[in-house]
Design a protein around this ligand. Structure first.
Ligand code: RIB
Length: 313
């Protein structure tokens, strides 16, 4: 039997305050929404939980505040069996917090206050080097300082550890400092911002992926929501269709994709099969409300995949 993947996430942890509403206020206006949900989120934490639920051993590097949410966040990681040795509580700052508005279609809008996430520094990565050096894969996103991300990409390269960079949320970044990553995985809006060209059609996604390859990335995957994903490398690009579901809340689907993809790749599945599986895992996460709490366990994912005849390849 293949060994269990060991995955580290260097990233954010937030508290998600989600309001479901069919109407959104104008300045000065107060409206009633239909439903509220409080949950553990943050792109890094979500990706760690997805990887853990898919069967990996997971190490989390993160910072939380010394408020109501910090200790609860650490306990939440521990409840999943995620290694919290390098999750630190910082005095005098808030934990990361995300205000999320969800439309009836499941589409969301998010405002994140980074709080303690913004204090995760290159020195914290160095302090975790002994453990970090033992993993198969390191995953990064953009809710922590960019300098920490660049530093961790270099760490992964120097230690020959697979590195996945998910540039979410969209921010201008020094792509040359990220190009040593093995996988660069933006969604359409992130790809648009980073490359400066539109990504509305599959052809445009292909052109954008090519532009990223020309900037030095080895493998690019652009996630396309309900249209699936596009994989690109020097040999060209291939579209991997989505798994069709009825979405109620798409929040965290991108994180479900990244966390599960890291596991499928580390298990040795082909890239295309890994992406097809991650498309299914992400789609299933949209059928339930919330982020981490919407992610299926590996057995549920396998059962659903089998019931529907497996992912489109
Ligand atoms: O990708 C979804 C996540 O984005 C939410 O959990 C929220 O915390 C924001 O980071």
């Amino acid at each position: 039997m293949a060994s269990i993947p060991r995955i580290a996430v260097v990233g954010s942890a937030n508290i998600d305050l989600t309001t479901f509403s069919s109407v959104f206020p104008r300045p000065g206006e107060t409206l009633f929404g239909q439903r509220f949900d409080l949950g553990f989120g943050g792109k890094g934490a979500n990706q760690a939980v997805a990887a853990r639920l898919c069967g990996a051993e997971v190490l989390m590097l993160a910072k939380v505040g010394d408020d109501l949410f910090g200790d609860a966040t650490i306990r939440n990681f521990a409840s999943f069996g995620i290694d919290t040795t390098h999750v630190q509580m910082v005095k005098g700052v808030s934990s990361g917090a995300a205000t999320i508005l969800v439309e009836p279609s499941g589409q969301n809008r998010i405002i994140v206050v980074k709080g303690a996430n913004d204090l995760l520094n290159p020195a914290d990565v160095d302090a975790a080097a002994a453990l970090l050096g033992t993993v198969d894969t390191i995953i990064l996103q953009f809710e922590i300082p960019l300098q920490t991300i660049y530093h961790t990409v270099r760490f992964a390269r120097d230690h020959k550890i697979r590195c996945i960079v998910n540039p979410a949320p969209a921010l201008p970044a020094d792509l040359a400092s990220l190009a040593a990553a093995d996988y660069f995985i933006p969604n359409e809006t992130e790809a648009e911002l980073l490359v400066g060209q539109p990504v509305h059609t599959l052809e445009q996604a292909g052109a954008c992926a090519t532009a990223l390859l020309e900037k030095g990335f080895r493998r690019v995957v652009i996630t396309l929501g309900a249209r699936g994903s596009l994989i690109a490398g020097p040999e060209g690009s291939v579209h991997v269709p989505a798994f069709t579901v009825t979405a109620v809340d798409t929040t965290g689907a991108g994180d479900a994709f990244i966390g599960s993809l890291a596991v499928f790749l580390a298990e040795g599945l082909s890239e295309r099969e890994s992406v097809a599986n991650a498309n299914v895992y992400a789609a299933l996460s949209t059928t339930r409300v919330g982020t981490q709490k919407s992610f299926p366990k590996r057995a549920d994912f396998e059962a659903q995949r089998a019931r529907h005849g497996g992912p489109a390849r």
